[in-house]
Design a protein around this ligand. Structure first.
Ligand SMILES: NC(=O)c1ccc[n+]([C@@H]2O[C@H](COP(=O)([O-])OP(=O)(O)OC[C@H]3O[C@@H](n4cnc5c(N)ncnc54)[C@H](O)[C@@H]3O)[C@@H](O)[C@H]2O)c1
Length: 357
């Protein structure tokens, strides 16, 4: 399958690794910075591959290369415009998170991809973490019984050095704050596990220590789900001195699971009323990862390729990307208005937060 990558920065290495692991034919890479393309290819010993074209203009690349699958790993503020350019050309697309920065753009991506019969995958790769898959399997098997509540804590550290690496970080137009950037995976997991249908979100955000940013560095929220369950969210990049945890709790009548580690990669608690010997393997499960981005990109790419080949929905589709974005924009809107926000949210954008802090 002919593949191209747009955006060759920090996360792009996970995309190239996933493409190589899945035997995709890497036809082109694109970045406005030629040195970013070269250092990415060199990192993967692909710099001598003459079959990989380099482009600084993604429109030219799409029109000349005509890839079947593109992944987008640029700064977040231009994900939607690049995704729509792919969709209009009938090209399937994996979009890094967040899928878009506004509800309007997210809904347009869903609408146009359906009209053009193009597959869109939102890059929430943590859904493929071993621990997360175990929790999901138990949930789908009904092992939790009736759900009570769930909770996600993303307690990380990002210092000034991280934010000054790229000027787009922490801006409302290109990134958003810790909830939009760092916590979106955990928020996606919580919503997905709790049944997806949300009634109302009430949230508060602050900018405590990162006064050189536009956006928040801590946020908390309470979520009411339509099925009667409730959830809490706590996300921050203010933890001293380093990443502490990304932890997802799910509490049911007949089961309790705590997924921990720095990025929902370990199982810390696994207790079920119907416990069998097979459960022993899940207790204290640890998935080794080289960084907080985990190992999920390879599985996510494999799923997307299978979805294209078999004309089915990807496991993490555009609606999933929209739903995660909607949660964060609802928390933002709640901070702005001081009121709980009813979902669905149709018309809020990260840039509506300009001037908040
Ligand atoms: N899934 C994850 O776990 C994960 C982890 C980190 C980052 N991300 C997301 O990935 C995206 C990129 O993050 P990053 O940390 O790699 O950023 P980065 O700044 O390191 O890389 C972005 C790259 O995009 C390039 N770019 C900008 N405009 C472009 C254009 N018009 N055409 C082509 N290239 C362009 C930049 O020159 C840069 O090389 C962000 O949206 C971020 O939220 C996801």
């Amino acid at each position: 399958m002919k593949y191209a990558l747009i955006g060759c920065g920090r996360i792009a290495t996970n995309h190239i690794k996933a493409a190589v692991n899945n035997q995709l034919k890497i036809a082109a890479v694109c970045d406005i910075l030629p040195e970013a393309m070269e250092s990415l290819l060199a990192k993967h010993a692909l710099e001598q591959e003459e079959s990989i074209s380099r482009y600084t203009d993604y429109i030219q690349m799409l029109d000349e290369i005509r890839p079947e699958l593109v992944s987008i790993a640029t700064e977040s503020g231009i994900h939607a415009q690049i995704a729509l350019a792919c969709i209009e050309r009938g090209i399937h697309v994996i979009i890094e998170k967040p899928m878009a920065m506004s509800m309007e753009d997210a809904d347009k991506i869903i609408r146009r991809s359906e009209e053009k019969r193009v597959k869109v995958c939102a890059c929430h790769q943590n859904r493929f973490n071993v621990a997360v898959q175990k929790m999901r399997t138990a949930l789908e098997a009904g092992r939790f019984g009736q759900l009570s509540h769930g909770s996600i804590h993303v307690r990380w550290n990002r210092n000034e050095g991280y934010y000054t690496q790229a000027p787009w970080r922490g801006t409302w137009a290109q990134d958003g704050g810790c909830l939009m950037n760092q916590c979106i995976h955990g928020i996606d997991l919580l919503r997905w596990m709790m049944g997806d249908e949300v009634e109302e979100v009430y949230g508060t955000t602050r900018q405590q220590f990162h006064d050189y940013l536009e956006a928040e560095d801590v946020g908390v929220a309470v979520v009411k789900f339509k099925n009667g369950t409730i959830g809490t969210i706590e996300g921050t990049t203010n933890v001293y001195p380093k990443n502490l945890e990304e932890t997802l709790y799910l509490f049911g009548e007949k089961g309790t699971v705590k997924i921990g580690g720095t990025s929902t990669n370990n199982i810390d608690v696994w207790d079920f009323a119907d416990e069998t010997e097979a459960d022993a393997a899940n207790k204290n499960l640890k998935e080794v990862t080289s960084n907080v981005y985990g190992n999920g990109h390879t599985s996510l790419f494999a799923d997307m390729m299978d979805a294209i080949q078999n004309d089915r929905k990807p496991y993490v589709d555009a609606v999933a990307g929209r739903n995660a974005l909607e949660m964060i924009l609802a928390i933002y809107k709640s901070q702005k208005t001081g009121m709980p926000v009813k979902l669905p949210l149709t018309d809020f954008s990260s840039t509506d937060m300009k001037g908040t802090f």
